[in-house]
Design a protein around this ligand. Structure first.
Ligand code: BG6
Length: 469
């Protein structure tokens, strides 16, 4: 639809930016923090670990001062479960509570709305040792952790996100380091874990509504509209197959309290339907999210797969489709360019995804990640000319405005990332931030903060409420 007049961004639009605890904080073993699955995980050769990251734990005041200067209205960050409960459950670590209290208060004193992810990939290792999400006790541990977060921070945090990218943990957990890649019959285990995460999420949603009626809570999957490679009906079916197990499984459950039927038949076919205990479905049906948060990087394109084993790409990640013989085959979209890291770039797909989510679920939408990973270069005079990032974000914001004009109820946009941080599996050289952190993969240098060109650009976008791009 070509609009003759575009609607403006809403007055209270949440212009923000995002990070996650383990990728930005560092201080991996300080102040009684426990180990998470990330801390004991392996890193691909040539990439940094997460021990120091961007040292935000020690520099959060300086960072928030920069966020304030940029004009952020919201900051989406995650709480490290292992700072609150070093062993995942048991005794509260007061130092962890103190840190996040200080962080939240610092944000609020600068009129920045905290948007809190309760769990972003970093499951406590003590829980993993007892089976992690395969063990139903992890649901109880998450519920207890959620209760603690609502009790200590629920008076000030208005937006909660239950679990970051549950779908990516299930589909690409081995790459992201969130599951043990050597487990036997991984799919059977994974879809059982998935069911337990759904239950944990539902319990947290109900608890949040009970304990903090004035706050809002929602899921935060990674959503990508799936294109068929052609108008061939078999390709359309393949696109529906992939979209069901990639996208809709993870939103039909929280919003409607039921398993997506195509995803369920896929699990039946693979022999990996989860065991559902009595009472589980009632819990799942009872919890209703207030909004949908989602991360968008690019669309995905798939074609028919005729049970051919070569239809499975050896490597996949959040945006690179692996494919499943007999279900779908990931293909490149010839109409799209790629980032330096091989992810497709599709701003129009962002509008398409927003429209689809709006039509399917009719809930407010909050974008909690979107951005461009690139090899930025620090030039003489402390300058980073990241025009490519500006272009990427500009095009996505244009499409967000078009989606709003289409009638989508979009309440905020938080690009990834507020500041440079360690990528999930591609180290520190894959940068996303508005603020450059002066370190390399292994040389920590002085970790000083440098405003990139995109910092000044985004500042003006926020100031003009999205009018000046
Ligand atoms: C999302 C994650 O999948 O994508 C983030 O929620 C991640 O944690 C982001 O960093 C970008 O991915 P990557 O792999 O480039 O760091």
């Amino acid at each position: 639809m070509n609009h003759s007049k575009l609607k403006p961004f809403p007055k209270d639009f949440l212009w923000g930016a995002s990070t996650s605890a383990y990728q930005v904080e560092g201080a991996w073993d300080e102040d009684e923090k426990g180990l998470s699955v990330i801390d004991v995980g392996k890193y691909p050769e040539g990439t940094s670990d997460f021990k120091v990251a961007s040292d935000h734990y020690h520099r959060y005041k300086e960072d928030i001062a920069l966020f304030t200067e940029m004009g952020l209205k919201a900051y989406r960050f995650s709480i490290a479960w292992t700072r609150i409960y070093p062993k995942g459950t048991g005794e509260i670590n007061e130092k962890g509570i103190a840190f996040y209290n200080d962080l939240i208060n610092e944000l609020l004193s600068h009129n920045i709305e905290p948007i809190v992810t309760m769990y972003h990939f970093d499951l406590p290792y003590a829980l993993q040792e007892k089976g992690g999400w395969s063990n139903r006790e992890t649901i109880d541990a998450y519920e207890k952790y959620a209760k603690t977060l609502f009790k200590y921070f629920g008076d000030r945090v208005k937006y909660w996100l239950t679990i970051n990218e549950q779908n990516m943990m299930i589909l690409y957990g081995a790459v992201l380091g969130t599951v043990d890649s050597k487990i036997e019959n991984p799919q059977k285990k994974l879809y059982q874990q998935n069911h337990h995460m759904f239950l944990a999420q539902a319990k947290a949603i109900n608890l949040c509504h009970e304990m903090c009626p004035n706050t809002k809570i929602g899921p935060a999957p990674n959503i990508a509209y799936v294109y068929p490679a052609s108008s061939k009906p078999e390709d359309i079916l393949a696109a529906q197959n992939f979209s069901s197990i990639r996208n809709w499984l993870y939103l039909d459950m929280p919003v409607f309290g039921r398993y997506n039927s195509v995803a369920w038949s896929y699990m039946e076919e693979k022999g990996c339907t989860p065991t559902i205990q009595e009472g589980d479905m009632e819990i799942l049906e009872s919890a209703k999210p207030d909004f949908i948060a989602f991360n968008y990087y690019a669309t995905s394109t798939v074609a028919e797969s005729k049970n051919n084993t070569s239809d499975k790409n050896p490597i996949g990640d959040q945006q690179i489709t692996i494919g499943e013989p007999g279900f779908y085959r990931g293909v490149a979209n010839p109409y799209l360019e790629k980032t330096q890291f091989g992810w497709e770039i599709d701003p129009i797909g962002f509008r398409i995804t927003l429209r689809e989510l709006n039509d399917r679920y009719n809930l407010p939408l909050l974008v909690t990640e979107n951005g461009l990973g690139a090899y930025d270069k620090l030039e003489e005079g402390d300058v980073v000319n990241d025009d490519y990032r500006i272009e990427f974000l500009r095009k996505h914001i244009e499409q967000a405005r078009l989606a709003i004009s289409d009638g989508v109820n979009l309440i905020g946009y938080c690009p990834w990332s507020a500041i440079d941080l360690v990528s999930t599996h591609q180290g520190f050289s894959k940068r996303y931030g508005f603020i450059y952190v002066n370190r390399d993969e292994f040389d920590l240098k002085d970790l000083r903060r440098i405003k990139k060109k995109s910092f000044y650009w985004y500042k003006n976008v926020i100031k003009s409420n999205g009018q000046e791009l």
